[in-house]
Design a protein around this ligand. Structure first.
Ligand code: CP3
Length: 342
């Protein structure tokens, strides 16, 4: 199907666009009262993720309400560990919990490689979303980077330090690589299935990139992201590695089309390190959305000026926070659109 507003896809491929495309990480859910209404009728987040019609509905809400240039399928990065055999729960205010974790070779041997059947509900949600979007904007598919998924599978929950996961890299690198391989194969299958169902572009979220030193990052994370980027030849690939300052140069040399920057990454320096052949995505400080409207607009303009008009997809430097006002998010989106089309 032809996509009417294809700004994001054109920018991702390096084509010139009339204005800068914009979307916001974690735009579905969290900040919209329309989302909370849908969610409140259910037992929780997981029921919503596993219901293709409702997942499609909340995926499309930000397109209708905020006017973003892309939808991102409503799901979570943690569906991969679940499909591999580690179910999770999502506790209100506490975040994800895995009752079982991967501690040893025996646990590792029990894990499946996720395939066609295991994530059918996401694939169905993508099909419904594509039908209902009817070509208005592209649909972004996504997955967690193997390192970030590894963190949750080993640790069993969120952590400030992910010390168990990092301990494993030092104490049993062979085991770590084996687990990383299984996650990578699952992720490639999963992303390919998302693309076959209609995802127009995919993003790999490496939320915990920043806790590894550069050498370990390249060896235990980027290597696997690079394998994913090599395997995905059908659509553009966005890599967002939060905090991976020291590895920006190596990220610039993998087979992806777009590199996401967090808000601490200097734009000019990142462009020099990553080179001219990638589109950059980002990177307004999410906290700028707490500012008054006029300050928010000024900060948004500064960001647009620094990236320039070409090879940029506007976004925040990380996901929008749950307590942010939808009006502020809308102001950011409108300002990108207005100012970049001047
Ligand atoms: O709008 C979108 O971006 C689409 C949906 C999406 C969710 N999670 C829905 C969600 C996406 C892209 C994610 C990615 C995700 N999930 C990441 C990577 C991005 C990042 O923020 O760094 C990570 C690390 C997770 C893991 C995760 N899921 C955590 C730590 C939590 C709890 C805290 C939180 O972020 O809200 C979740 C839950 C989650 N995922 C919610 C939503 C809407 C909230 C659950 C609820 O409604 O109760």
């Amino acid at each position: 199907m032809e996509i009417k507003n294809d700004l994001l896809l054109r920018a991702a491929k390096g084509e010139r666009t009339e204005r800068t495309p914009v979307w916001v990480m974690r735009q579905a859910g969290r900040i919209l009262k329309e989302y909370r209404e849908v969610r409140s009728k259910l037992s929780g987040f997981i029921e919503l993720v596993q219901n293709p019609d409702l997942a499609a509905e909340v995926t499309i809400q930000p397109v209708d309400i905020l006017g973003v240039d892309a939808a991102i399928i409503f799901s979570d990065i943690l569906v991969i560990p679940e499909a591999m055999g580690l179910p999770y729960t999502m506790e209100e205010g506490k975040g994800p919990r895995f009752p079982q974790t991967v501690k040893n070779e025996k646990d590792l041997a029990r894990l499946r490689i996720a395939d066609d059947d295991s994530l059918g509900y996401v694939i169905d949600a993508i099909k419904v979303t594509k039908r209902e979007l009817n070509g208005r904007v592209p649909l972004i598919g996504f997955a967690g980077a193997p390192w970030t998924i590894f963190c949750y599978m080993v640790e069993g929950k969120g952590s400030k330090t992910f010390s168990l996961a990092r301990k494993t890299l030092y104490n049993d690198p062979v085991f770590a690589h084996k687990l990383m391989d299984k996650i990578t194969d699952s992720t490639i299958n999963y992303l390919k299935n998302q693309i076959a169902a209609g995802a127009d572009i995919v993003q790999v979220f490496d939320s915990w990139a920043g806790i590894l030193p550069a050498g370990q990052y390249d060896d235990f994370s980027l290597k696997y992201i690079s394998k994913i980027a090599d395997a995905i030849t059908e659509v553009p690939v966005i890599v967002f590695a939060k905090g991976a300052y020291a590895s920006r140069k190596s990220i610039g040399s993998i087979n992806c089309d777009v590199v996401g920057l967090d808000w601490n990454m200097d734009i000019k320096e990142s462009r020099e390190l990553i080179g001219p052949n990638k589109t950059l995505q980002g990177n307004l400080d999410p906290a700028a959305l707490y500012a008054d409207f006029s300050t928010l607009k000024t900060e948004t303009r500064k960001m647009i000026d620094q990236f320039g008009k070409h090879r940029h997809i506007a976004n925040l430097g990380h996901g929008v926070y749950p307590d942010m006002e939808a009006d502020k998010v809308k102001c950011f989106i409108d300002e990108v659109k207005n100012y970049s089309s001047r």
